[in-house]
Design a protein around this ligand. Structure first.
Ligand code: PLP
Length: 380
């Protein structure tokens, strides 16, 4: 059986060269970067160059990069950090954020903040008018994602921050699905905080970063030995950070080829899918990540279809990977006004540079067979 991993928004394979970069720090190089001897200095040098590589990816200074355990931690610290400065006020999030933003936002609501969920249109784009209306002199923080993990829809972050900047409201952006897949410039985007995660673009799992604007005074999230500029104490995960740095450098070098390759596969898949009766492709008209196709087959249950594909060696996702196992429709699709039966049939295909046209053909063959079988049963 030929295997096709088509779930790259959930996690990617290590990019070529990342494991080799990490290996010395997993065995020979045992030094703690805080130690003054040669072993420590060696680890510190590795940490410094990885910080530079991550900084280069989004065009910031290395001092702005705070390493964390991944996107979830970065998002939590960005949201919850505001509660160390204020005890009330408004916090704006979009209604299609990842649970790692929505859940800390819910904690802020429990603490007395007024959390406003800004709606999106049918393609998943934030409604600017609603956003402007929701802002007030009580707004303490805004958190809006760059690219959605389910639909791939890209927001115009710079247009949103142009509005918040005038009012000096800190803007956090979850760029976990965008970094490494799109060209990102932190300063052009005009944000004050940004979350990154290595395993979405060829780095290891369990490592990410919170990027903080130099002028922003942000409270420490973990206290102790004072690592990471005093903001996130704890001995740094040197091998993972080195892998993150290498993945960032490779992604930056390859972003154009990556986009071209993924878009070819995405277009091929969508052309073939459109020939299937009863198909809905979400956000097709919106500016989207080149690697993501989110669609629904009328009458199908996504989790059953996912298992059928799995038996044929094809790995896809039903909605958000972090939310699988739940038989609830995707909150992203519900926010876009999709009806519940259609949302329950939603399948996400997310490709990478490692996928091929043959794998796309194989997926379409299996899907078409399933649709034929279903129609045959319905017509009996
Ligand atoms: C948009 C988005 N934000 C945050 C996360 C969480 O990142 P991590 O898996 O590094 O905790 C994910 C993971 O799927 C994501 O897609």
């Amino acid at each position: 059986m030929a295997f096709s991993y088509l779930d790259n928004n959930a996690g990617t394979a290590l990019a070529e060269g990342v494991l080799d970069a990490m290996l010395p720090y997993l065995h020979q190089q045992q030094g703690n970067p805080s130690s003054s001897h040669r072993y420590g200095r060696f680890a510190r040098t590795a940490l410094d160059s990885a910080r530079q590589q991550v900084a280069d990816l989004i065009k910031v200074q290395p001092s702005q990069v705070i390493f964390t355990s991944g996107g979830t931690e970065s998002n939590n610290q960005a949201l919850l950090g505001i509660s160390k400065q204020y005890s009330s006020g408004d916090v704006l999030v979009s209604s299609i954020e990842h649970p790692s933003v929505l859940e800390p936002a819910a904690r802020l609501a429990e603490q007395g903040f007024n959390v406003v969920h800004v709606p999106v249109d049918e393609s998943g784009r934030i409604k600017t008018n609603n956003f402007i209306e929701a802002l007030s002199d009580q707004t303490r923080l805004v958190s809006m994602m760059w690219a959605n993990n389910e639909t791939g829809t890209i927001q115009d972050i710079a247009a949103l921050t142009e509005i918040t900047r005038q009012q000096q409201i800190p803007f956090h952006c979850d760029a976990v699905q965008a970094a490494g897949k799109l060209n990102i410039d932190f300063n052009v985007a005009g944000v004050q905080l940004m979350s990154l995660s290595a395993h979405k673009f060829g780095g290891p799992k369990g490592i990410g970063a919170l990027i903080i604007e130099n002028e922003l005074d942000w409270p420490p999230f973990i206290v102790g030995g004072g690592q990471e500029n005093g903001l996130r104490s704890g001995t740094e995960n040197v091998p993972a950070i080195v892998g993150f740095g290498m993945a960032a450098q490779l992604a930056q070098q390859n972003v154009q080829n990556y986009q071209l390759h993924c878009q070819q596969l995405r277009d091929a898949l969508e052309t073939r899918l459109q020939a299937i009766e009863g198909i809905t492709i979400f956000s097709q008209q919106a500016e989207r990540l080149a690697n993501t196709v989110f669609f629904s087959l009328q009458g199908f249950d996504a989790d059953t279809l996912l298992m059928t594909l799995d038996r044929q060696g094809i790995a896809v996702s039903s909605g958000s990977a972090c939310g699988t196992g739940q038989q609830t429709p995707s909150h992203v699709l519900m926010a876009m006004g999709v009806d519940e039966p259609t949302a329950l049939g939603a399948i996400r295909v997310s490709v990478s540079e490692h996928n091929t046209l043959e794998q796309i053909e194989q997926l379409v063959v299996v899907l078409s067979k399933e649709v034929d079988r279903f129609n045959h049963l319905m017509n009996r």
